[in-house]
Design a protein around this ligand. Structure first.
Ligand SMILES: [Zn+2]
Length: 256
C-alpha cells in the first residue's frame, strides 16, 4: 500500500463500525475518495482536525489496490475551516449544499482538479461576503459544465438555430428550443418554459469567464430568480435523491 498525501475537502462523515469514521473527501489530485479513519471517535485529538464538513485538510491515506474503494486515512490536519462561512447561517447552508451536491454528482476516484478548485473558490467567495445566492448559481453552472451536464443554451437543441429569441427551456431536451420547435414539442405535451435573453446571456458569461473574475458580477432580481428556477430544475433532474440542504434552504426562505 502506498501512502498518499493530498489536500482534501470533507464532503461528509458518518460513524463506521464501533469507533471509526467513514469520510467522503474531495481531494485535489485523486478526485472524490472514501476513507476510513480508525478509532477516531475515541481519540479525536489524534487527528489535527475535527473533520467538519467543507473544512480543508491535508490528509494522508493508504490507497487500496484492490477490494473496494474504502481507503485508510491515517492523518488529517486542518488547513482552513472557512470560519466566516460558519458564522452565518445562510452561508453555512449554501456551503452545505455545495458539499452535498458534489457528493451526489461527482464520481468516486475520477480526478478533476478543476472541481476541487471550484469548491475552494466558491467557499472563498462565501467567506468574502459575496452574495450567497449568486455564489450558488455560479457554482451550479461551473459544476454542470465540468461534469459535462450543462444544458445547451447557445442554439436550439432541435434545429440548431443560433441564439433563438424567444427561447424556451426544456429540462428533458437538455437545453433551449426556438419558437417553432417549441410549438411542435408542445403538441406532443413536452414540458418547458420561456427563458429571457438576460438569463441566457448571464449563463454564457459565467461559462466563459474565469471564476475569480465573477466575484463582482451583478444580476437583476428577475434574472436571478429565473436562473435559480432553471438551475434548480436541471440539478434536480440529475439527482437520484432529494438533498437535505435544498430542503433546508427552502424552509429558511434562502431560495427564491
Ligand atoms: Zn428549433
Amino acid at each position: 500500500m502506498a501512502a498518499t498525501k493530498t489536500l482534501a475537502f470533507v464532503l461528509k462523515t458518518q460513524d463506521y463500525r464501533d469507533t471509526s469514521l467513514l469520510g467522503v473527501f474531495l481531494t485535489q489530485e485523486h478526485g472524490k475518495i472514501r476513507g476510513i479513519l480508525k478509532g477516531v471517535r475515541d481519540a479525536r485529538a489524534r487527528y489535527g482536525s475535527s473533520l467538519e464538513p467543507f473544512s480543508l485538510n491535508e490528509i494522508l491515506f493508504y490507497k487500496r489496490r484492490r477490494g473496494g474503494d474504502l481507503h485508510q486515512v491515517t492523518q488529517a490536519d486542518l488547513v482552513d475551516l472557512f470560519t466566516p462561512v460558519r458564522d452565518d447561517l445562510e452561508r453555512l447552508s449554501y456551503a452545505s449544499y455545495f458539499t452535498e451536491l458534489l457528493d451526489a454528482l461527482v464520481e468516486v476516484e475520477d480526478p478533476q482538479p478543476e472541481i476541487f478548485d471550484l469548491l475552494k473558490d466558491s467557499l472563498e467567495f462565501l467567506s468574502s461576503g459575496a452574495s450567497a445566492r449568486r455564489s450558488a448559481r455560479i457554482f451550479e453552472v461551473k459544476l454542470l459544465e465540468l461534469l459535462g451536464l450543462m444544458p445547451e443554451i447557445k442554439a436550439c437543441v432541435v434545429c440548431r438555430t443560433e441564439s433563438p429569441d424567444p427561447a424556451f427551456f426544456s429540462v428533458s431536451a437538455g437545453g433551449v428550443r426556438c419558437a417553432a420547435c417549441q410549438a411542435r414539442s408542445e403538441k406532443k405535451g413536452q414540458a418547458s418554459f420561456s427563458v429571457s435573453k438576460g438569463t441566457l446571456q448571464f449563463l454564457s458569461h459565467v461559462l466563459r469567464a474565469d471564476l475569480k473574475a465573477l466575484a463582482s458580477v451583478k444580476v437583476s432580481q428577475e434574472v436571478g430568480e429565473e436562473l435559480e428556477k432553471i438551475l434548480r430544475r436541471f440539478v434536480d433532474y440529475h439527482l437520484t435523491y432529494p438533498l437535505k440542504s435544498i430542503i433546508f434552504l427552502e424552509k429558511m426562505g434562502y431560495t427564491g
